[in-house]
Design a protein around this ligand. Structure first.
Ligand SMILES: Cc1cc2nc3c(=O)[nH]c(=O)nc-3n(C[C@H](O)[C@H](O)[C@H](O)COP(=O)(O)O)c2cc1C
Length: 223
């Protein structure tokens, strides 16, 4: 957190709001779950579930434990695949969350974490060759974002922020608007991590003015 600028004064009027100050241990307010593929030293692919990421144009920003196996892999080989999960995959994701590609298991890991050399096998998934990077994709996951790492910023408290540029996108055909590069939001049902509980999406509430897909199977692309 940055300090409050000294040249301004913070208003102190008590408006009697219904909010209460709390100190939660995590800030997992509900983000989509992905599984990140990185290259092990042996040349095999490691898989790890993540939820701390976002995308802006082709830029992916990913939050990771700085001392973790996934970051070590990325420092050695700066390529990744971000495989996005749909709701049906939550049990495989939960299984992978208790595994690490690091051997021996680092002491920072939660108790019960076990080493797994073959994360694909552990999750019941099948590797698929990528088109632009060496780490493999996960066949069973509906969306694959292949990306090249452009930087890793180490933060306090053993956190790392990874910056990567997406260079290839593969999506299950049935989730797209036929003949276009648009994903149909009515069909794509991401797995959401909400304070360590798994959810899907609720029903659509409305359509933004900037939406490109406005009805099932129809696109209106604005300039
Ligand atoms: C749903 C879910 C989301 C997670 N999100 C993250 C995350 O965003 N960043 C992170 O560093 N770890 C996250 N984890 C924990 C890692 O998946 C876990 O530490 C795993 O053991 C990492 O594997 P590795 O040691 O082979 O890198 C998440 C776990 C689960 C189950």
């Amino acid at each position: 957190m940055t300090d409050t600028p000294t040249q301004y004064e913070r208003p102190t009027t008590d408006l009697g709001s219904a909010h209460r100050s709390i100190t939660p241990s995590i800030l997992y307010f509900g983000t989509p779950v992905g599984v990140i593929s990185t290259l092990n030293e042996s040349g095999s692919t490691n898989l790890a579930p993540i939820s701390s990421y976002w995308g802006l144009d082709d830029l992916l920003v990913i939050g990771l434990a700085a001392t973790g196996h996934t970051v070590a892999n990325l420092r050695r080989h700066p390529e990744l695949v971000l495989n996005l999960c749909s709701v049906s995959q939550w049990e495989s994701v939960e299984c992978l969350g208790r595994l690490t590609g690091a051997h021996p298991v680092p002491r920072q890991k939660p108790s019960g974490t076990q080493f797994a050399a073959d994360k694909f096998g552990a999750a019941g998934w099948t590797p698929l060759a990528s088109t632009s990077v060496i780490p493999e994709r996960v066949t069973e996951l509906p969306v694959h974002l292949e990306a090249a790492v452009t930087g890793i910023r180490d933060e306090a408290d053993q956190l790392a922020v990874v910056f990567a540029r997406c260079q290839a996108v593969h999506v299950l055909d049935e989730l797209t608007v036929a003949g276009t590069s648009h994903i149909d939001p009515g069909k794509w049902n991401p797995l959401i991590y909400n304070f360590r509980h798994y959810f899907g999406l609720g029903t659509r509430l409305g359509i933004a003015a900037r939406a490109e897909v406005r009805a099932a199977g129809r696109c209106e692309v604005e300039a």
